[in-house]
Design a protein around this ligand. Structure first.
Ligand SMILES: [Zn+2]
Length: 193
């Protein structure tokens, strides 16, 4: 992260108490997958109620005070990526309204999961919360993660011409769960730890 001119996070006092090197490294690694957030300062607070949450910025003033909250225990890249994607949902809408972009990312939780998984394999370390997954797949997520990510990427292409791309995605995921997946010896998803 040597290209980062300033430390990109500001931590609330509650978060500071729970902060560890591991959490900071995870935040920095995750941020590296979001060039759109480069140069911005993100306030990171603590929540015990959810895995995480984000204040989706709806106006320019809010865009200057980007805020997410995270639960530190069992923190995953998937959660961090999901909350960063919420920030982009707001920012891309603001840019779109200002005429600075030709299209905006849609709001919504399921949409947030799809865009997060499509963005980077880094965010495959845990199953998404809102995309409907067959139970067998949720329980054996590492085996399906890459294939689901490929489907998410395909769904985003599909979205250009297909309004029901989320239904399409969930139908494909259901099909995938029915197909036997060969476990490869020593197969693991690529995580930087
Ligand atoms: Zn969310």
């Amino acid at each position: 992260m040597s290209a980062e001119p300033e430390f990109p996070f500001r931590f609330t006092p509650r978060m500071r108490k729970r902060l560890s090197r591991r959490v900071i490294d995870m935040l920095l690694n995750a941020l590296g997958e979001f060039p759109e957030l480069k140069g911005k300062t993100i306030t990171v607070g603590y929540t015990s109620a959810h895995l995480g949450s984000a204040l989706v910025p709806l106006r320019e003033e809010a865009a200057a005070r980007l805020t997410i909250r995270l639960k530190v225990r069992k923190l995953t890249y998937n959660t961090i990526g999901h909350e960063f994607t919420h920030l982009l949902q707001g920012l891309s809408k603001i840019h779109f309204k200002a005429g600075k972009a030709t299209e905006a990312m849609p709001f919504g939780e399921k949409q947030c999961d799809i865009w997060t998984l499509a963005r980077s394999p880094l965010f495959l370390d845990d199953a998404p919360t809102y995309i409907r997954l067959p139970r067998a797949m949720r329980e054996d997520w590492p085996r399906y993660a890459k294939a689901v990510r490929r489907l998410c990427i395909a769904a985003l292409k599909k979205r250009r011409t297909h309004r029901l791309y989320m239904q399409w995605l969930e139908a494909k995921i259901k099909e995938l769960a029915k197909r036997p997946v060969e476990p490869k010896a020593g197969e693991q998803i690529g995580l930087p730890f």
